[in-house]
Ligand binder design. Structure first.
Ligand SMILES: C[S@@+](CC[C@H](N)C(=O)[O-])C[C@H]1O[C@@H](n2cnc3c(N)ncnc32)[C@H](O)[C@@H]1O
Length: 367
């Protein structure tokens, strides 16, 4: 998914730094998991991963890409859902799923064969609600899929892995047809080409990795404390004042589902009132203290810290905090230049020094 701070492109740099430091796969805490790209790469390299993030959509990605181990078969669902059984008897449906595998077939069924219905997304984030995040058709389909997944899961017709893998694919699919410039802080007032396409689901087949990885929708320091001793903590916090809860509130609403209560929305963009997901790391005044607190809470032997050269914490302040937590009083810096992910809303409001940004990675030996 398009995500500020997504480390997918930096994974080779990160993983090769881990190798250079001769850290062998044991347990790791991916403390600011976001898209779960790093946790997933660590899992594939043999690490057992605890991951955490304040946002619910991140929890969904962590469950789908880090915790899930096997591709679901959907046997209970095929036996227990009469509507699906009917579809499976239809030659047209059977033809449409040839060669797609169980997950692919279920995605086809959800994206193309169930009826769209008006729900929370359709009522608030599409033209019926006076907003243009999704076309009405796509919004109503998102609602139908979201409710169906919830019903299957709460009736025990699908287990956690299948639920989160399909829900992750819904959040990512919705992002592909979102009428935004990359973040949800605003929608575009004319339909973009991507928004006019029909919603599709492309679930990722879960990969086997070390058993026992865990996902947490929680503050990084709280999870660091409860995780006890680990070999490595990867710290990739927000580095500017943009709260993820305001920039990604629509994926958050899809992830939460809100089946037991209805959130109150405010403002032109439909932010969720009182979401309680504001991060101290987005405040210049509090970020240094948050880092000190996290380094004190973790039981990690090694910390790797990603930070942006234009971040709220100056390089000097960052180094000072890291050095005072380090066993030997120093932090080692690795750096790599990369081309910035840039959304159109950035372009309108901010002036940058250029497109090339230096990503900094610090290594600290904590114990
Ligand atoms: C730079 S992004 C991480 C990107 C991630 N490494 C990836 O590759 O997608 C920062 C993340 O920190 C999360 N966050 C902010 N404050 C947090 C906190 N106190 N504890 C845990 N996560 C937090 C945000 O929701 C956001 O997903």
């Amino acid at each position: 998914m398009r995500y500020i701070g997504n480390k997918t492109r930096l994974l080779p740099f990160l993983m090769s730094t881990i190798e250079r430091l001769e850290l062998s796969p044991k347990t790791a805490h991916d403390a600011f998991s976001g898209t779960a790209a790093v946790g997933r790469a660590l899992k594939m390299a043999g690490w057992r991963v605890a991951s955490s993030d304040l946002m619910t959509y991140s929890y969904v990605f962590q469950r789908a890409y880090v915790v899930a181990q096997r591709s679901p078969s959907f046997a209970a669902l095929r036996a227990g859902d009469p509507e699906l059984r009917r579809a499976l008897r239809s030659p047209a449906f059977r033809k449409s799923i040839v060669g797609k595998g169980a997950l692919g077939a279920m995605s086809e069924y959800l994206a193309r064969w169930i009826d769209a219905e008006r729900g929370f997304i359709g009522a608030h984030f599409a033209p019926a609600g006076g907003r243009m995040y999704f076309t009405q058709e796509n919004a109503d389909r998102i609602d139908a899929i979201r409710r169906r997944l919830y019903e299957w899961w709460s009736a025990g017709l699908i287990q956690d892995d299948a639920y989160y893998v399909l829900l992750a694919s819904l959040i990512e699919g919705a992002d592909r047809v979102a009428n935004t410039a990359g973040v949800y802080a605003a929608y575009i007032k004319r339909w973009q080409a991507n928004a006019k396409r029909a919603l599709t689901l492309k679930p990722e087949i879960p990969q086997r990795g070390a058993r026992g990885s865990t996902a947490h929708r929680a503050d990084a320091a709280a999870v660091a404390e409860s995780s006890g001793e680990v070999e490595l903590i990867y710290i990739d916090p927000p580095y500017n004042a943009r709260q993820y809860s305001g920039y990604y509130h629509v994926p958050e609403v899809i992830a939460r589902g809100w089946f037991d209560s209805t959130p109150v929305l405010r403002g032109k963009t439909g932010l969720v009132a009182g979401d309680g997901q504001q991060s101290d790391w987005c405040s210049a005044r509090k970020a240094g203290g948050a880092l000190t607190e996290l380094l004190a809470a973790t039981g990690a032997r090694h910390a790797l810290v990603s930070y942006n050269s234009e971040g709220l914490l100056s390089e000097r302040d960052l180094r000072d905090v890291l050095a005072s937590a380090a066993k030997n009083g120093t932090a080692k810096r690795f750096s790599r230049a990369y081309r910035r992910y840039r959304s159109d809303s950035d372009r309108a409001g901010r002036v940058y020094q250029g497109d090339l940004v230096r990503e900094l990675l610090y290594h600290v030996r904590l114990r």
